[in-house]
Design a protein around this ligand. Structure first.
Ligand code: 4AD
Length: 571
């Protein structure tokens, strides 16, 4: 029987090691794994006193029985594990071979459009009407319309030999039943989510008890999936890139993919409807649309949030608001509005601040402060009425915000000074942890607490001049405050900001001076007061905030396509 040598001090657990007296292993376990059950294992151990064989106080002694038993057990376990793995690998290999064989055969299946069938009608997935007949269940003789649809695989499910696909085209969803030869093609067997498809087939009623969008399903008789239409699978599959556990930052990096989800796309669809409704409601009031510049050389809402850039060697900014430009349109166009981007270099990360937001702004000529409030209220309510009258949009809103109801008119009106008293009475403190007092800028948290407790839209009016922008008209009855308004909504807070504008040249000049702004760059704005001034005012509504309220979203970031906020300018 060969002897294997183990020396914990100088031995090495390396495959090149011989296990001889001059080239010992380090551990018994390693020695046994290399040379199992064939040898006696000699371990370098302390020698008894006077042992003649001792070298440096040590001798080779057979390994202790208990130690050897442990090592043998471990070895047996490893052997079993290796056998199991081998078996599994073989099984996997066999399965793969079988699947490859099936796929190879599947590649031979070529689908063709059956020319004897009626020519298909191309429809969108949400399309309904008399031109789309369903084969009914109670009449086997009935015929459904043969249609042709395109879209992407939103979901897929295999049941025996039938493949169920939920197709999505941005307008709606359709359940598609793919069976027989159609379910056996290479494309069907390897179908991944987000793959694009063109499908032909008959429209049928869904079987009793089954559920499908619009209570119908398409029974495919032909489809096309050119190879470049196929969506990535495996690790790259969309379901592996965007999951329920994916963190917010990754979701934002993958915004182009998350936008394909039902929730995100619903919000974007509502957004389109809301923007359209604003245009309609403005048009109903004969308020005209204009498109002011985004690249400007004047500030509107304070220097702290200006995005500055080099404009051919001169300083310029991204506009904070189109208001000043809207004011210049009044004399020639009457009342005007715009839906443009505004930019704010906000230096905090809150759930309602973006660096780039969509600003719905209106400016109205020859009005009173009451007219201004009435216009804001009318516009908000009319827009809601328009969007809710579209059953598709109303359904999206109901899904996103099940408790949504149209706000009651008139909106509650509350003066800033009364709000300060309300905050004191409700023990809501200012940012310094002190009770609020007149002159405080009501901070976001306090504002939201108040709005949430009151639970309905509030017109908060008459803010002190020093906490508001330079252009605001003073209240003729109280010079400390301005004819200004913020519209606050539960869950979000301020959605609209508006005011009457200083219409007197000298008063405006004094305001520039007070704010240490150089009036010369504003000549085009101050000239309005030189060439036929008028009592006028306007407002600006943050579209993303309005949507966050309407769609019950925690943050405005989910209410725009590709949000921009501090630290994010991509994708
Ligand atoms: O109250 P603000 O600053 O008012 C103005 O800009 C006026 N010049 C508008 C006008 O009278 N034409 O902004 C108006 C609204 C806010 O109520 C808010 O809804 C939105 O614009 N807003 C923002 N939304 C998202 N992110 C930001 N950083 C925003 N800043 C303002």
């Amino acid at each position: 029987m060969a002897s294997i040598y183990i020396d914990e001090d100088v031995g090495k657990d390396e495959p090149g090691q011989l296990g001889s007296e001059t080239s010992p292993f380090k551990t018994l376990q390693f020695a046994y794994l290399q040379r199992p059950a064939e040898a006696q294992y000699l371990v370098r151990s302390p020698a008894a006193e006077g042992d003649a064989d001792a070298v440096d106080g040590k001798v080779w002694k057979p390994a202790a029985k208990s130690a050897l038993k442990k090592v043998v057990n471990y070895y047996e376990q490893q052997k079993k594990k290796a056998a199991r793995e081998q078996e599994l690998a073989a099984k996997r290999k066999q399965e793969e071979e079988e699947r490859n064989a099936i796929l190879l055969k599947a590649k031979e299946i070529v689908l063709e459009d059956d020319a004897s069938l009626p020519a298909p009608v191309k429809i969108k997935l949400d399309e309904v009407g008399d031109h789309i007949k369903l084969r009914t269940l109670d009449d086997p003789e009935s015929k459904g319309t043969r249609v042709r649809v395109v879209g992407r695989v939103h979901r897929e499910r295999k049941q025996k030999d039938v493949l169920f696909v939920t197709l999505r085209d941005g307008y709606g969803f359709m359940q598609v039943v793919i069976s027989g030869k159609l379910a056996k093609t290479y494309e069907a067997l390897t179908l991944t989510r987000e793959t694009s498809m063109e499908i032909y087939g008959e429209m049928r009623q869904v079987p009793a008890g089954a559920r499908a969008p619009l209570d119908r399903e398409l029974h495919a008789d032909f489809y096309k999936i050119p190879s470049y239409w196929r969506a990535a699978g495996g690790d790259e599959a969309i379901t592996n890139r965007v999951t329920a556990d994916t963190d917010r930052s990754t979701l934002l990096n993958l915004r182009h993919l998350t936008l394909r989800g039902e929730g995100a796309s619903s919000i974007m669809i509502v957004r389109d409807a809301v923007e359209g409704a604003f245009s309609q409601a403005f048009r109903e009031l004969r308020i005209r649309k204009v498109s002011p510049p985004a690249l400007v050389q004047t500030q509107v809402e304070g220097g702290a949030t200006l995005f500055k850039f080099d404009y051919y060697g001169a300083d310029a900014y991204l506009t904070q608001s189109s208001q000043l430009y809207l004011e210049t349109c009044l004399p020639s166009m009457g009342d005007v509005y715009c839906i443009e981007k505004s930019f704010r270099a906000e230096k905090s990360l809150t759930r309602r601040h973006l660096s780039e937001f969509t600003h719905v702004e209106a400016e109205l000529d020859f009005i009173t402060f009451d007219d201004l409030l009435a216009n804001i209220e009318h516009m908000m309510c009319r827009v809601l009425e328009i969007v809710m009258s579209d059953p598709v949009i109303a359904a999206h809103i109901k899904t996103l915000n099940p408790d949504f109801t149209l706000p009651q008119r008139p909106f509650m009106r509350m003066k800033y000074s009364d709000a300060i008293q309300w905050l004191i009475d409700h023990n809501i403190e200012n940012e310094e942890g002190q009770p609020h007092s007149f002159g405080d800028d009501i901070a976001e948290a306090a504002e939201r607490k108040m709005t949430d407790i009151i639970g309905k839209p509030i017109f908060l009016t008459h803010f002190p001049a020093h906490i508001k922008a330079f252009y605001m008209q003073r209240d003729p009855n109280d010079d400390r405050v301005t004819e200004s308004v913020d519209c606050l909504m539960p869950g979000v807070g301020e959605i609209v900001g508006g005011s009457m504008r200083l219409d007197d040249y000298d008063a405006l000049m004094a305001a520039f001076k007070r704010e240490a702004l150089d009036p010369s760059t504003y000549y085009w704005y101050t000239d309005q007061r030189k060439y036929g001034s008028s009592p006028h005012g306007g407002w600006g509504l943050g579209l993303e905030r309005f949507l966050a309220w309407l769609c019950n979203q925690h943050t405005v970031r989910d209410c725009c396509l590709y949000p921009r906020f501090m630290g994010r300018c991509a994708p």
